[in-house]
Ligand binder design. Structure first.
Ligand code: BG6
Length: 479
């Protein structure tokens, strides 16, 4: 559908930007904070780009007022950030750390004082290391109670001020990279263990949603899913079937559980045949069916294109482009099921991520038709090299082009009938990319630091800062 005139965004549209504790805060051992699995994992040589870590990150912990002042200057309506579990319960379960609660209370108050809506993520990957050591983290059902205790603490403390909450950030990514490709902690390579841990995470997610309804009945909660809608490479029926396979295994395996409380049939049968389907305990399915999210949070970066893959074909890749050298990503897939291929119609970033604004519209429509829930875009953005030029200029026109095309796609999706609550870019300031260091920049605000040199961590507004300011001011009319 090509529109001559598109609909307008709702008046209370949440023009936002997002971050995560480990990627911005630093202060990794301050004020009673416990160690997370990322504090420990990044000490293992070779795990991250040039051994980068979040010990200092962009020092948001100490500079949050300066950062919020910049958000206010921009006119940002919402700021999505995550709470570090290890600041609240240093060992994940026993003693509550008041200093941790106070830090987030101050941040929330600062945002509200500047008319910025806080959107709080409960879990953005920084699991307390103690729980990993104690019972294997997400592999034990003990985590359900511990995660719920931590979340309820936050609901009780902040529920009167914070009405927008995200439960798990990208469960599909932290499970797949943590337990299949072994690129994230706990760096396990076992599909079976992944599927079991993932089921436990589903139950934990649903438990927390149920608690939320009790403690913050006037709020909204949903997971943030890393959504890559899938295209078939061609109209060869084998490619079409491969795309169906990939949609079920990569997307609906999570989304159907969140929104319908059930695993997709084909995918479950497939895992059963392989003898790796998760063990589901009595009561789990009833809980999953009851605990519906209020919205679907989606992190959208790219679509995937798949073709058929022979039974002796390519398997999961352990090589990722994390250097920014275009063309270094390796082909990967599931033998006999599908393989990921390059889409010849799409440009890619220097990290080989396909640039596809139309894919965002396609995805928003698919989700609306399948689940009919409001959608909040909790992340979308372009990771690129940016240059700090003379007189503190950062001309990131590549980012402006990327974001403006994606906002336009949102507008078209709204015209199509999608109930879109808001759009958060990734990210507000530059920050640490988990596996790609500091050189892969996403922010509207440049932070002057390099991989292993923190310099002064000076904040410098990029050209995109002024562009987004204008987008917000015009409620998305002026792109
Ligand atoms: C999402 C995560 O996967 O994408 C963020 O929620 C992450 O934490 C972002 O930083 C961009 O990915 P990357 O690998 O480029 O940092």
């Amino acid at each position: 559908m090509i529109y001559e005139k598109t609909a307008k965004f709702r008046d209370d549209f949440l023009w936002g930007s997002a971050s995560a504790a480990y990627q911005v805060e630093g202060a990794w051992d301050k004020d009673g904070k416990g160690e997370s699995v990322w504090d420990v994992y990044t000490r293992i040589p070779g795990t991250t780009f040039k051994e980068t870590d979040g010990k200092v990150a962009v020092d948001h912990y100490h500079r949050y007022k300066e950062d919020v002042a910049l958000m206010a200057e921009m006119g940002l309506k919402a700021y999505r950030f995550s709470i570090a579990w290890t600041r609240i319960y240093p060992d994940g379960k026993t003693e509550l750390n008041e200093a941790g609660l106070q830090f987030y209370e101050q941040l929330i108050d600062e945002l509200i004082a500047h008319n910025i809506t806080p959107v709080v993520t409960l879990y953005h990957w920084d699991l307390p290391q103690h729980l990993q050591d104690l019972y294997g983290g997400w592999e034990s059902r003990e985590i359900i109670e511990d995660f719920n205790r931590y979340c309820v603490t936050l609901f009780k403390r902040f529920g009167d001020k914070v009405k927008h909450w995200v439960s798990l950030n990208e469960q599909n990514i932290f499970m797949t990279l943590g337990y299949v490709t072994a690129m994230h902690p706990p760096a396990v390579k076992s599909h079976k263990r992944m599927l079991q841990a993932n089921h436990i995470a589903n139950v934990a997610n649903a438990t927390v949603i149920e608690s939320f309804k009790q403690y913050v009945p006037d709020g909204m909660i949903g997971p943030s899913f890393a959504y890559g809608p899938v295209y078939p490479y061609s109209c060869d029926p084998q490619d079409i079937l491969s795309a169906e396979n990939a949609e079920d295994l990569n997307n609906y395996w999570w989304l159907d559980v969140y929104c319908k409380g059930e695993y997709p049939t084909f995918a479950f049968k497939y895992y059963e045949r392989l003898g790796i389907a998760p063990v589901i305990e009595e009561g789990d399915l009833e809980l999953l069916a009851r605990a519906k999210p209020d919205f679907i949070g989606i992190n959208y970066y790219q679509t995937g294109t798949v073709a058929s893959n022979p039974i002796d074909g390519v398997g999961p890749s352990e090589v990722m482009n994390n250097t920014g050298k275009k063309g270094t990503a390796k082909e990967n897939g599931l033998p006999g099921v599908f393989k990921n291929v390059k889409n010849p119609n799409l440009e890619t970033t220097n990290w080989d991520w396909a640039i596809d604004p139309t894919g965002l519209r396609v995805g928003l429509r698919r989700l609306t038709s399948r689940y009919n829930l409001p959608i909040l875009i909790t992340e979308n953005g372009l990771g690129e090299f940016d240059q700090l030029e003379e007189n503190d200029v950062v001309n990131d026109s590549h980012r402006i082009d990327y974001l403006s095309a994606h906002v336009l796609a949102c507008k078209e999706a709204v015209t199509d009938g999608v109930d879109l609550l808001g759009y958060c870019t990734w990210s507000f300031t530059d920050l640490l990319s988990w596996l790609n260091g500091y050189q892969k920049r996403y922010g509207f605000v440049y932070v002057d630091r390099e991989e292993n040199d923190e310099k002064e961590l000076r904040r410098i507004k990029k050209n995109s800062f002024y562009w987004y300011q204008n987008v917000i001011e015009s409620n998305g009319e002026d792109l």
